[in-house]
Design a protein around this ligand. Structure first.
Ligand SMILES: C[S@@+](CC[C@H](N)C(=O)[O-])C[C@H]1O[C@@H](n2cnc3c(N)ncnc32)[C@H](O)[C@@H]1O
Length: 215
């Protein structure tokens, strides 16, 4: 079970945002009931769901949700100030198809049943560039196997990173799992340049999008 604890320091304004908006957008994280049931209740409808993992300030989450009103987006984030910033952006955009799980995605996915989630997107996961920290990287063979066990055929796993070695690690994990097809010619999925993508570009790094489809 994942043990990561990232909560972050909160300004008074962000504490207020979470207190006011949290109840409206939060998913019930009590594992006493199946996750699919809790998600259906939180969204109030049955639609294909995208798990947007590590959302930062939510700019890509908001853009995707606005472009896909027929789909639902579960934003998963460990960092409380990021969760608050995202809820504010969702509220300002007037979106009804976004909910928030303040959780470690590994714990959440461990509770998921096949079909609970149709797509998983992880934009610019923490790179842990030092070799001795590579074991902390989120997207590893265990996470890939968990995602493969949850996605239906045709569901997708999309990981973007500006660290070439991390991209290679993701491709290796996906290929070794064997349950996905990677399209190496796939175009960059439509998404805004996020805060961390901008940092990577400014540092001169190349952006890699690994797009894998569940067979
Ligand atoms: C480098 S930031 C990228 C933020 C944003 N996607 C972007 O592109 O600007 C990585 C984010 O992933 C979150 N995160 C890290 N591990 C996580 C986990 N196990 N579950 C959920 N979120 C996680 C961090 O709190 C952080 O907000």
């Amino acid at each position: 079970m994942a043990t990561t604890k990232v909560r972050g320091r909160m300004s008074a304004a962000k504490v207020r945002v979470l207190a006011e908006l949290g109840p409206r957008y939060a998913v019930d994280l009590d594992p006493g009931r199946p996750l699919g049931e809790r998600l259906g209740e939180a969204f109030g409808r049955s639609a294909d769901r995208m798990l947007d993992v590590g959302i930062g300030n939510g700019e890509a989450t908001v853009a995707w949700a606005a472009a896909h009103p027929d789909r639902d987006v579960l934003a998963v984030e460990l960092h409380r100030p990021s969760a608050a910033a995202t809820l504010l952006a969702v509220e300002e955009a007037g979106l009804t198809n976004v909910r928030l799980a303040e959780a470690d995605v590994r714990s959440l996915l461990a509770e998921a049943a096949p079909g609970d989630v149709h797509d998983v997107r992880i934009l610019f996961p923490d790179p842990w560039p030092k070799r001795r920290h590579h074991h902390r990287r989120l997207v590893d063979p265990v996470l890939v196997a968990t995602v493969a066990g949850v996605l239906p055929p045709g569901g997708t796993l999309h990981v973007a990173t500006d660290w070439e070695g991390y991209a290679a690690q993701v491709v290796a994990a996906v290929e070794a799992d064997g349950r996905f097809a990677i399209d190496p010619t796939a175009e960059r999925p439509d998404r805004p340049v996020t805060t961390y993508e901008a940092l990577g570009r400014a540092a001169g790094r190349t952006i890699h999008d690994v797009c894998a489809t569940r067979r």
